[in-house]
Design a protein around this ligand. Structure first.
Ligand code: SF4
Length: 355
């Protein structure tokens, strides 16, 4: 068996790239050129990197590669949502999704293979945790999406078809903090993919000690998968709440706001589960819970998946719940489900295509 010993350049920081080039006897200014070929132009073939000398290209080809995960399967929903099942070198797989709007859209990225958090309503949570994704595996999901829509080189400004990134796919990003942080710094680099921090949202189930670091070390927007207004209900549907109860999560959110600045709102994601968390009393508890945080809510009708134990609240109940929050001064839009026919909606991802 012939092993591919070439080192992948995707996911290396600029400093690490400089070290690799230096080991080949290349000058530091080549880092910027190579970085732009990889992340601004999306080029994977060293031979086509025409601003590099032929000798440099040859040396790079001998020992390195600029790869993408294998697209095991691609599906496009009737509403144009697109989902990829991506395979990595060790055979592990994750899903990524593109959710298009009129002239822009968000790429939903995974951060782990499986998830150890085990939220009861989540399809991913029913799958065993296998491993963290590397920074390169996180960045390359976005690059696959750009390949798919041909959005290379990085558009100079707006509009961009792939305009936003949400870390809401498989896995808990804050349990893979170092790789997520490194990947997002690569994605935000102005000479490459150049995604504004204001267009990236990291969503967490509430790993309280890490929440302030999202503001201090990464600087992207924060969403909390809240889904309950008190510990009793949250313990029932999100076992992580026993480790980090609501008081700790909310206190960490206040610290995030202090570090991120008063204009940085936090989005609280709230799945509407029939008979579980959708009573008027729950809405009132929520209002007291997040008072003074600068919060907005995102109400999500539950996307059912095969074998799930919950049902979505009826539409009129969701509307009523939203109106209670709105009367108290909070934005509380109801998210329109996307890609349900290909199990690409929120909470439905898994690393085996089941449609
Ligand atoms: S909702 Fe997120 S944190 Fe919870 S089990 Fe699913 S992937 Fe993991």
């Amino acid at each position: 068996m012939v092993l591919n010993a070439k080192k992948d350049l995707i996911g290396l920081s600029r400093e690490e790239l400089r070290e690799e080039l230096s080991s080949l006897g290349e000058k530091p200014f080549r880092v910027k050129q190579l970085w732009q070929w990889i992340y601004n132009k999306g080029e994977t073939d060293f031979a086509k990197m025409s601003s590099l000398p032929a000798a440099t290209r040859d040396k790079l080809s001998e020992g390195y590669q600029v790869s993408r995960p294998q697209i095991v399967k691609e599906q496009t929903s009737v509403d144009r949502t697109r989902k990829w099942l991506l395979g990595f070198a060790d055979g592990e797989k994750v899903e990524s999704v593109y959710i298009p709007e009129e002239d822009r859209g968000a790429v939903c990225i995974s951060t782990q293979v499986g998830c150890a958090v085990g939220c009861k309503f989540c399809h991913t949570g029913s799958q065993k945790f296998m491993r963290n994704l590397s920074a390169g595996e996180i960045v390359s999901q976005f690059m696959v999406a750009r390949d798919s829509y041909g959005e290379w080189p990085t558009p100079a400004g707006e509009p961009r078809y792939l305009s936003n990134i949400v870390l809401m796919g498989m896995g808990e990003p804050l349990l893979n903090f170092a790789n997520v942080s490194k990947a997002l710094k690569i994605i935000m680099d102005e000479e490459g993919i150049c995604m504004s921090r204001r267009r990236i949202t990291l969503s967490t189930a509430g790993i309280a000690p890490k929440i302030p670091q999202v503001a201090s070390e990464i600087g992207v927007k924060l969403a909390i998968s809240l889904h309950a207004s008190n510990n009793e209900v949250r313990n029932q549907i999100m076992p992580i709440n026993r480790k980090y109860p609501l008081e700790e999560v909310i206190s960490a959110c206040r610290e995030f706001r202090r570090l991120a600045g008063p204009r940085q709102h936090i989005t609280f994601e709230y799945l509407m589960l029939d008979g579980i968390n959708d009573k008027d009393s729950h809405a009132k508890e929520l209002i007291s819970l997040v008072a003074g945080i600068g919060a907005k809510f995102n109400l999500i009708p539950f996307n059912e998946w095969p074998g799930c134990p919950y049902k979505s609240s009826p539409p009129e109940r969701v509307k009523h719940f939203s109106s209670i929050l709105q009367k108290a001064g909070f934005a509380a839009p109801v998210r329109v489900a996307r890609g349900q026919d290909i199990l690409a909606a929120c909470g439905q991802l898994k690393s085996k295509f089941s449609v």
